[in-house]
Design a protein around this ligand. Structure first.
Ligand code: PLP
Length: 449
């Protein structure tokens, strides 16, 4: 079973009862150990369906529009299209990918605060009309390049954090919305809604209250200008935790009832990215080099576990920030991997740090964790690696994309069929290519321990 991320002819291994994605990882580690020890992903596509069902149960009637940049592998996009999500693109490349998958332009939005004129022209040609705007230069650019554009005004949210107030980098003020509406009238550009985005570090329900009531003000303002607005986009930042989804729902549902009741005719949408894909993908990496350094106060800063009479181990892996850990450059990553090889419960643990292969000081993946002593050639397993990991890559230090192996349990597959979640494209690419289907108990999955 081969499934390259960039390969539209990917295949999905259907897992017989009793075989888990962890068995598949064991199997490929065994295989890779003899064939080059390349890093690889295993993507459990059944998890996407489960997340969608959870979303529908909890967040309906908010329609999800999945941000393609989170994970643009064709398998993910096709499953989500079959599930009925819309899509959010930030570039021409992403729009083209969706066009290749024959996704209807009405289900695509071009949401990038700073759009290139050529990408706007591309959207115009493709019939992708909904895009965001938060300033007059962007508005003029859109007016010049996309006569049928329908805009969502992106309003800023404020995060109230103790005594600190942090404004988001993107989004405009209520006052400026009036100015943008005047300009849009002059330029004959349609404004059809409002978008806001609350950062995922935000723990304050007040932020949603301000954002939804500001959005209501913009809708009221639009009436004065004669714009018929019918879309409210509440953005992303859904982590994937059921608890967090419940909490956001607890806060946002009553606000929507108050400010945008059903009879207002406003379609409320959201942009869940991580939510769908993060937990579905696991990355297996191999240790390619190792250094034992003596305890040193400077080196061990942040390693409370380090003992002065023991070495600190630095391990270098065959994937790093210039590859699948790109998110680490912009976000704090708290991923502590699982050690694949079996070790005894009483085996001593050592303060360790984990690095990518580039020898660049930015390429530190885990600053400090406790691990048994590992050897070159051992494997580490990182969970929750589905977002921000499978997209365009740099070629730094000959970086090669890890392979991606897709799986789905039979029970999830049946559930999909029962729910009528399928499409011709999906069936064609997923299940009716005989060489891709590994159903029999004799296949190699079943040999994995
Ligand atoms: C346009 C857009 N919307 C929303 C998101 C947020 O996604 P998440 O829900 O993963 O925070 C992203 C992340 O890349 C994005 O690019």
């Amino acid at each position: 079973m081969k499934g390259l991320p960039e390969d539209a002819n990917y295949s999905i291994g259907l897992l017989d009862e009793g075989i888990t994605p962890a068995d598949v990882i064991d199997n490929y580690i065994f295989e890779q150990t003899h064939t080059g020890k390349k890093a690889f992903f295993v993507g459990d596509l059944g998890k996407l369906m489960k997340k969608h069902i959870e979303w529908q149960n909890m967040m309906a009637p908010i329609k999800p529009f999945y941000p393609v940049r989170c994970n643009s592998t064709p398998a993910v996009l096709e499953i989500l299209a079959a599930l009925g999500t819309g899509f959010v693109c930030s570039s021409k490349t992403e729009m083209a990918m969706l066009q290749d998958l024959a996704i209807a332009p009405e289900n695509i939005m071009y949401i990038n605060p700073c759009k290139q004129a050529s990408h706007i022209k591309y959207a115009a040609k493709a019939g992708i009309n909904i895009m965001t705007c938060d300033n007059d230069i962007e508005l003029q650019k859109i007016a010049r390049n996309h006569p049928n554009a329908r805009l969502l005004l992106h309003i800023a949210t404020e995060e109230i954090n103790g005594v600190e107030e942090m404004s988001m980098k993107f989004g405009t003020t209520l006052k400026n919305c009036r100015h943008l509406m005047e300009l849009a009238k002059e330029l004959e550009v349609q404004i059809v809604g409002v978008k806001f985005h609350v950062s995922n570090s935000c723990k304050e329900p007040q932020v949603y209250l301000h954002a939804v009531s500001d959005a209501r003000c913009v809708f009221d303002m639009a009436e004065e200008f004669g714009f018929k607005m019918n879309i409210l986009d509440i953005g992303g930042s859904f982590t994937g935790s059921e608890l967090q989804l419940k909490e956001v729902n607890r806060v946002i549902s009553p606000l929507l009832v108050d400010y945008f009741p059903e009879e207002s005719g406003v379609n409320v949408i959201a942009e869940p990215g991580c939510y769908y894909v993060s937990s579905a993908f696991t990355l297996a990496v191999n240790i390619i080099a190792k250094k034992a350094v003596e305890y040193d106060k400077h080196l061990s800063s942040g390693m409370e576990q380090a003992r002065s009479d023991e070495p600190i181990f630095m391990y270098y892996m065959n994937d790093g920030v210039y590859g699948s850990f790109a998110n680490k450059l912009s976000e704090k990553l708290n991923a502590i991997p699982e050690v694949h090889k079996k070790y005894k419960e009483d085996e001593p643990l050592f303060a360790s740090s984990l690095w990518g292969p580039s020898c660049d000081e930015l390429d530190e993946i885990v600053e400090s964790c406790l691990l048994p002593e590992l050897s070159v050639g051992d494997w580490l397993i990182f969970d929750n690696m589905g977002s921000g990991t499978l997209g365009e890559r740099s070629t730094f230090n000959d970086y090669q994309r890890p392979l991606t192996y897709y799986v789905m349990s039979f029970s999830d597959w049946y559930e999909m069929q029962d729910a009528g979640i399928t499409s011709d494209t999906l069936m064609k690419n997923f299940f009716f290519v005989p060489s891709c289907i590994q159903l029999s108990p004799e296949d190699r999955f079943s040999t994995a321990a």
